[in-house]
Design a protein around this ligand. Structure first.
Ligand SMILES: Cc1cc2nc3c(=O)[nH]c(=O)nc-3n(C[C@H](O)[C@H](O)[C@H](O)COP(=O)(O)O)c2cc1C
Ligand code: SF4
Length: 488
């Protein structure tokens, strides 16, 4: 993963933790109503893909165990991982692209409700993504993947040569010559692996996305509601389809790109289709970026505009993330796919403890604050979720008190200690296992391996009945906090 050149090391400093009475009086533990739903606290566990689904997208016992363990700590909300609305193969990621997935997903809802004693709301993040291929062996790229065109023949001065001859010559060229012969896009496919973009409107399935996606998301939303989820989060953040429509890099000239108004059209149409499907009293929100942090990308002014559009359209919450794009991803190894959290924008999304003068904590706070203020200045009271490097009570409480956000997201901190909320609520904050922001978990995610936390995955490996990775070296969930009072 990319890290800032300064290489400054940062440690967590949680300050003081509240007594049970102080926690009770805090904003963080004050219940909140959003639309028809009440929340027991403002602690939000953002979506985290754990790579535990079956290869064809079904919920597994490992998924159930994972979400049960988070729910035991009774946060206000758990957002279930990015779940695909289209039936495309994507490894061990959940899908909601067919009715056959409803049963398994309903079991997650049951587990969360039971384990949290009904104190945790459970949302599901709905995602669409475009194709990305692994970085090829150069020999495979030239012999099979590259489509030979007359432009290659002209550039090589081989006007009448057959494809085989052109391929053979291309494969023998050094990099500096290839740069003259291949297009930037072809070079990217060679160096990084082929990646579709929303601007590839020469491809019929990409051109048709605006016509196809609203119905796909709406059907997925209906399934989520049937499975019992309390709400839906539309994934309009990071490197995925809806975020790519919002991006300033979306230069489509067919009315779905270019101006901000055109770029926000598809996410809004998706939202309206979903809303029509699930009704007015069901919670529907979205996650999007305060800033993309890549060259030529959308800025916070774009995000302020999108926030207003989403809130005016009637979304029930806006969850703000940052960065996480393919455009600046590091080059993957041959036969591996590029990953959007490996470059500078990825760093902004999941900041690490080796950082710069700003440090890894709360890097998205200022932008989130500005966006929420724009909303409030327009008379819109849509709840806002902040996330990124937040781990302690004092910060969480002050973010709420100063009006930066209405919910405080803690992804990696919840992974390090799923009992955060319950420990803090019961005056045992000093027992919280603090995330070190090492991104060991994220490295597993990047390799599509089952995600665990280095602070607990080697503990008590001989404990009877625990589930472990296939090699037996890591446990899949942390030990239960046996000292927790029974859930009433
Ligand atoms: C293992 C892992 C998987 C993630 N998967 C998702 C995801 O499915 N959807 C999403 O919007 N963000 C995802 N994220 C990003 C987190 O939701 C969160 O925005 C990010 O980790 C920053 O918050 P934190 O500092 O509290 O961890 C993931 C993060 C991690 C560490
Ligand atoms: S592995 Fe654990 S300590 Fe490291 S960043 Fe992930 S959750 Fe935090």
């Amino acid at each position: 993963m990319w890290r800032p050149a300064q290489r400054l090391r940062w440690n967590t400093e949680p300050g003081s933790w509240p007594s049970p009475e102080q926690a009770k009086d805090s904003l963080l533990f004050t219940p909140l109503r959003v639309g028809s739903l009440s929340f027991s606290s403002r602690i939000w566990v953002p979506a985290m893909v754990p790579w535990r689904a079956s290869i064809d997208g079904f919920v597994t016992p490992e998924n159930l165990e994972w979400y049960r363990r988070f729910a035991e700590g009774a946060p206000g909300v758990i957002v279930i991982e990015a779940t695909g609305v289209r039936d495309v193969s994507s490894g061990a990621l959940l899908r909601i692209s067919d009715d056959k997935y409803i049963y398994g997903l309903s079991k997650i809802v049951e587990e969360v409700n039971r384990a949290s004693g009904g104190r945790t709301r459970v949302f599901i993040q709905l995602i669409d993504f475009l194709a990305i291929k692994r970085r090829p062996e150069p020999s495979d790229f030239f012999s099979r993947f590259l489509v030979i065109t007359d432009r290659h023949r002209e550039n090589l001065n081989l006007l009448h040569a057959d494809d085989a001859k052109v391929r053979e010559l291309l494969a023998s060229l050094p990099k500096q010559d290839l740069v003259q012969v291949l297009t930037p896009r072809e070079l990217e496919s060679l160096d990084m692996g082929y990646r579709e973009r929303v601007t590839d409107i020469n491809l019929p399935h990409i051109k048709e996305l605006p016509q196809k996606l609203p119905a796909l998301f709406a059907r997925a939303a209906a399934r989520a509601k049937e499975a019992g989820f309390d709400g839906i989060e539309l994934h309009c953040a990071h490197a995925y389809t809806l975020a790519s429509f919002l991006s300033q890099l979306n230069t489509r000239e067919d009315g779905w790109g270019g101006s901000r108004e055109n770029r926000v059209r598809l996410p809004l149409e998706v939202y309206h289709a979903v809303r029509q499907q699930v009704g007015m009293d069901y919670v529907v929100g979205c996650r999007f970026l305060t800033e993309e942090i890549i060259t030529g990308s959308s800025t916070q002014h774009d995000a302020e505009f999108f926030a207003l559009q989403f809130a005016q359209a009637g979304m029930d919450f806006l969850s703000l993330s940052r960065g996480g794009k393919f455009e600046d991803a590091l080059q993957p190894k041959v036969k591996q796919a590029a990953y959007p959290y490996t470059g500078p924008s990825g760093y902004e999304c999941m900041p690490q403890y080796i950082s710069d003068e700003t440090g890894p904590f709360g890097r998205n706070v200022r932008s989130t604050n500005d966006i929420r203020r724009v909303l409030r200045a327009s008379g819109l009271c849509t709840p806002v979720v902040v996330a990124g490097g937040i781990y302690d009570f004092s910060t969480a409480e002050s973010l709420l008190k100063t009006g930066v956000a209405d919910f405080v997201g803690m992804a990696r901190q919840s992974l390090a200690d799923p009992d955060w909320a319950e420990k803090v609520r019961t005056g045992r904050g000093s027992q919280v296992r603090l995330c070190r922001y090492t991104n060991y978990c994220e490295a597993l995610d990047a390799r599509h391996e089952m995600v665990t936390c280095e602070l607990w995955d080697r503990e008590n490996l001989n404990e009877p009945g625990i589930t472990k990775t296939g090699d037996g070296k890591r446990r899949l969930i942390p030990e239960s906090d046996k000292k927790l009072p029974a859930i009433k």
